[in-house]
Design a binder for this molecule. Structure first.
Ligand code: NAD
Ligand code: DAU
Length: 337
């Protein structure tokens, strides 16, 4: 049986990954989820597995020395590192938390994982480390790093520290760089869940600039299967790009959401552009496809349909977040965050 340490497993992608792995491996896997429960961490995302005999939650900051206790008392086959400050707009307003978690936290985790002989360190990164594209071309694993926001710069810093652990100590790492994820349980500060929930509430839909920026979307379960593939077949030291073959302008995404939501009083509102707004991302994922045999399975049309349906049937999940109820609950359970 394999034992995995997952960081940031109460967030959007990490919680899908935990449910995915427990679904695939059942009782042949054991997962320790280390999460600090920041504003983005939500244990409701793990309701379905909270009583699974091989799932364990540990409330801990990855950037704290006490994290070592967990490594002392367990042997981990792999660390899958999702924990991060993940929102670009927040990084523009206040950058230091991004350095604390994404850079310092990653180095601390690397140090403990290496000290306690973890067999594989899978670092979850982003296509944003490559910067921005013009109208043509796509990011390969050899595209030079050129991050433009404090968020992407902090992720690029983490990527370089992970790379250095391999080059210096031959510590067996992989870096997985993925494009924009969407799906159930995504925090409603990100484009797709913000627009869906605002449309259900009849609120304005704030589109930055002219809405012509392009993102390359991937349904979250496709990213989870890509990470599983890298854990099983990835070559130590290698970087793998992951994408979903779905480039769309933001305005087209918002119009598709309006169509799927149907009856709403919401209207598109063009607002001030994001500072340093990257124009276009597009991922070339031929390496993971050709070398490890992975491909995305869910089309954007199908994934968006499933996502809108999920937010419609799980209104309490996002209403609690938008109204602050879930923060109050955690503060009562776990103290002030
Ligand atoms: P998220 O913001 O939904 O979740 C982040 C999780 O990390 C939360 O549960 C939070 O509580 C936890 N966390 C934050 N700081 C922590 C700390 N110091 N110690 C322990 N836990 C901490 O993020 P997400 O969208 O699920 O992204 C997960 C990872 O995937 C991130 O590393 C992100 O950079 C990367 N990524 C995201 C996308 C995307 O589109 N969302 C795309 C590519 C890569
Ligand atoms: O590319 C991967 C990255 O995708 C991840 O590394 C990040 O963690 C994740 O947050 C995401 O970053 P983006 O900045 O691309 O995602 P966001 O959902 O914030 O914005 C998507 C696009 O929509 C972007 O061009 C900005 C625009 N936007 C966003 C919001 C929140 C709007 O027009 N209006 C909005 O209100």
């Amino acid at each position: 049986m394999k034992t995995y340490l997952v960081t940031g497993g109460a967030g959007f992608i990490g919680s899908h990954f935990i449910r995915h792995m427990l679904g695939v491996f059942g009782e042949d896997i054991s997962i320790y989820n280390v999460d600090a429960l920041t504003y983005a961490g939500n244990l409701a995302n793990l309701e379905a597995v909270k009583n699974h005999p091989h799932y364990h939650f540990v409330k801990q900051n990855i950037n704290s020395p006490e994290l070592e206790d967990l490594f002392k008392s367990h042997t981990f086959d792999a660390v899958v590192h999702f924990a991060a400050e993940s929102h670009v707009d927040r990084s523009i307003i206040d950058s230091l938390p991004f350095i604390d978690t994404n850079v310092r936290g990653t180095q601390r985790l690397l140090d403990f994982a290496r000290k306690y002989n973890v067999k594989r360190f899978c670092h979850i990164s982003t296509d944003e480390v490559y910067g921005s594209l013009g109208d043509t071309g796509s990011f390969t694993e050899n595209t030079p790093l050129a991050p433009n926001s404090p968020y992407s710069a902090s992720k690029a810093g983490a990527d370089l520290l992970v790379r250095a652990a391999f080059e210096t100590y031959q510590f067996p790492v992989n870096i997985v760089r993925c494009s924009n994820n969407y799906g159930p349980n995504q925090f409603p500060e990100k484009l797709i869940p913000l627009m869906i929930t605002n449309a259900f509430e009849g609120k304005p839909l704030p589109v930055y600039g002219k809405g012509r920026n392009i993102r390359d979307w991937i349904y979250v379960t496709d990213f989870c299967s890509a990470i599983q593939t890298v854990l099983e077949k990835g070559i130590p030291g290698e970087i793998y790009n992951v994408g979903g073959d779905s480039e769309k302008t933001n305005i087209d995404v918002v119009k598709m959401i309006l169509e799927k939501v149907g009856d709403t009083n919401s209207e598109i509102q063009y607002v001030k552009d994001r500072l340093g707004h990257d124009f276009r991302y597009a991922i070339d994922y031929r390496k993971i496809h050709q070398e490890l045999g992975w491909s995305p399975q869910v089309s954007f049309e199908e994934g968006l349909e499933r996502t809108v349906t999920w937010y419609k049937s799980n209104a309490k999940w996002w209403q609690d977040i938008k109204s602050g109820v879930y923060m109050a609950y955690y503060e009562k359970q776990y103290g002030t965050r």
